[in-house]
Design a protein around this ligand. Structure first.
Ligand SMILES: CC(C)(COP(=O)(O)OP(=O)(O)OC[C@H]1O[C@@H](n2cnc3c(N)ncnc32)[C@H](O)[C@@H]1OP(=O)(O)O)[C@@H](O)C(=O)NCCC(=O)NCCS
Length: 146
């Protein structure tokens, strides 16, 4: 399978359709994404929406890379890694993560972080294969929804 990774720069109908197909494969509780949601992500200087296309030019995967500065240095964060279920097992996830690593290096980030639920076995294997190491730290969340 030949895979091309690109940064989405325009929130057009094709991108919206791709996210409406991909997002439910990450989270059953994700609300339906609208064009304006994607427009604000694409327009944000801190966020890179990396998209994978297959040989038919179809979107088959996505990864969101956030690059930011804090007083301790430049850092990166990965969110929402999703590969379409029909395209899994072909290295699409690896190609997305590798590109995120390249972009974080280019931005001189000191670290690139992500979290992944241990039940996501394919994802956890993927991150380790790409060079991520498990950290011992407590992960907290304050929910602002509802
Ligand atoms: C995790 C995920 C992004 C991996 O994408 P991918 O393109 O299949 O990744 P890769 O091909 O690089 O490798 C994934 C591993 O899963 C295996 N795999 C997963 N689904 C498969 C399928 N349908 N057929 C064959 N192999 C599959 C691959 O063989 C590979 O196994 P290995 O680590 O033992 O070599 C994808 O499974 C996915 O979108 N899952 C649902 C959402 C999710 O959990 N996202 C991560 C959030 S932290």
């Amino acid at each position: 399978m030949s895979i091309r990774i690109e940064e989405a720069l325009v929130a057009d109908g094709e991108l919206v359709a791709a996210f409406r197909r991909l997002l439910p494969q990450l989270s059953a509780s994700a609300k339906e994404i609208e064009a304006y949601d994607l427009e604000s992500i694409v327009a944000s200087p801190a966020t890179m929406l990396l998209m994978a296309r297959d040989e038919n030019d179809e979107y088959v995967g996505t990864l969101t890379l956030v690059l930011f500065r804090s007083p301790s240095g430049a850092r990166g964060w990965i969110e929402d890694v999703i590969v379409d279920e029909n395209s899994r097992g072909n290295g699409v996830g690896e190609a997305l993560v590798d590109e995120a690593i390249r972009q974080a290096q280019k931005a001189n980030a000191r670290t690139l972080d992500l979290t992944s639920n241990p039940t996501r076995e394919a994802a956890n294997r993927l991150y380790v294969r790409c060079g991520f190491e498990e950290r011992t730290t407590n992960v907290y969340r304050f929910s602002l929804e509802g």
